[in-house]
Design a binder for this molecule. Structure first.
Ligand SMILES: NC(=O)c1ccc[n+]([C@@H]2O[C@H](COP(=O)([O-])OP(=O)(O)OC[C@H]3O[C@@H](n4cnc5c(N)ncnc54)[C@H](O)[C@@H]3O)[C@@H](O)[C@H]2O)c1
Ligand SMILES: CC(C)[C@H](C(=O)O)[C@@H](O)C(=O)O
Ligand SMILES: [Mg+2]
Length: 357
């Protein structure tokens, strides 16, 4: 098969990690006989520098016409305070909205080989590792609500609003239950229903959807408690479903359980097969251009693309197995390094993974 991919390398460590991901894809194409035709397009800081806009129309058009999108990361201090109010992160939100990618799947799996990189105590990790999927609503909530500004009693103010409609909650909840049916059959819905009306609606709709999945156990947690439970008892979780901002925060927290944010891939999906695949981390300006970034989250995101958008399970599994073998052999980038392991850079980690394919 011939697959058309839009590739957005982005800013900071983005180009380094995406290049390693594409090299892995090249081996997959040779080994399994697929063709991946990649078209590189600009978005984020790189697009601001080249075109004056964080999300050029051409980029949206190319992404829409592709079978999937691979993305590195966007952002950096040099674009934080532009006079016209544009910033790289706006491109990310714009793409998610333009492509209708309402469901963000973020699997947090602690590889047994990385137990020493996980900051939790052995008795909390326990036997059998940790395997959680965060299902984050991606095109609604406070990220996309009405915003504004004014002057009141306390002077100048700005505001953002948090709104969720029944349809938005229903479709993300259904996605979470469908995923749970293929795993541990447990969904934890995270909200702030003790304070927010939008969360009360969220909880009601999640319960309605749950009735369609009688085999799946559902429980609810307030987000503050969920943040704590992730650290004291992460093994209670199978699938976590939550809104846009809570999901952003909890998935960074969950990523540390896996040893590093550099390990967590993600798939953003809508109703069709087109997805956007990216690591959950950012552009890491502190290590950009130093061959220090962990490319595994990006390479795992490509495995997710093969599985979710193209139904290429064997190919996805081949990548995941190769990563596990490299970890088993003791190779680590700095973020997952622990005593007794071998420190390697971004390029070398990519080369080692390709060597196992
Ligand atoms: N999806 C995205 O494009 C995305 C996601 C998050 C943040 N951002 C943007 O990235 C910029 C930096 O944000 P931040 O510093 O808050 O978060 P970040 O995720 O870029 O970095 C947080 C910390 O994790 C480390 N880190 C991240 N990815 C790593 C990797 N692959 N290997 C090793 N270490 C890694 C960084 O060095 C840093 O210490 C900001 O402009 C932010 O808006 C973009
Ligand atoms: C950069 C930012 C807009 C983005 C988000 O909050 O969604 C990022 O943190 C993520 O997790 O993908
Ligand atoms: Mg985030």
């Amino acid at each position: 098969m011939d697959y058309r991919l839009a590739v957005i390398k982005g800013d900071g460590i983005g180009p380094d990690i995406v290049e390693e991901g594409l090299k892995v894809l090249e081996i997959i194409s040779q080994k399994f006989g697929h063709t991946f035709t990649c078209k590189e397009v600009l978005a984020g800081g790189a697009a601001i520098d080249a075109t004056g806009k964080s999300l050029p129309e051409e980029t949206v058009e190319v992404c829409k016409a592709s079978d999937s999108v691979i993305l590195g990361a966007m952002g950096g201090p040099q674009w934080d305070n532009l006079a016209n109010g544009d910033r790289p992160e706006k491109a990310l939100l714009g793409l998610r909205a333009a492509l209708g990618l309402f469901g963000n799947i973020r699997p947090a799996v602690l590889y047994p080989q990385l137990k020493d990189a996980c900051p939790l105590k052995d008795r909390i990790i326990g036997e059998g590792g940790i395997d959680i999927v965060v299902v984050r609503e991606l095109t609604g909530g406070i990220y996309f609500g009405e915003r504004g500004e004014g002057v009141g009693e306390l002077g100048a103010y700005k505001y953002d609003t948090l709104k969720y409609s029944e349809v938005e909650v229903e479709r993300i909840a259904r996605r979470a239950f469908e995923i749970a049916m293929k795993r541990g059959k447990k969904v934890t819905s995270v909200d702030k229903a003790n304070v927010l009306d939008s969360s009360k609606l969220w909880r009601r709709v999640v319960e309605e959807v749950a009735r369609e999945f009688p085999e799946v156990e559902l429980n609810h947690l307030y987000v503050d408690n969920a943040a704590m439970q992730l650290v004291i008892n992460p093994k209670q979780f199978d699938v976590i479903v939550t809104g846009n901002m809570f999901g952003d925060i909890l998935s960074d927290e969950a990523s540390m359980i896996t040893g590093s944010i550099g390990m967590l891939p993600s798939a953003s999906l809508g109703t069709g097969k087109l997805g956007m695949y990216e690591p959950i981390h950012g552009s890491a300006p502190d290590i950009a251009g130093q061959d220090k970034a962990n490319p595994i989250a990006t390479i795992l995101s490509i495995a997710m693309m093969l599985r979710y958008s193209f139904d290429l399970e064997n190919e996805a599994k081949a990548i995941e197995d190769a990563i596990e073998k490299v970890l088993e052999a003791g190779y680590r980038t700095g973020d997952i390094y622990s005593e007794g392991t071998t420190l390697v850079g971004t390029k070398e980690m990519g080369r080692l993974i390709r060597g196992q394919l």
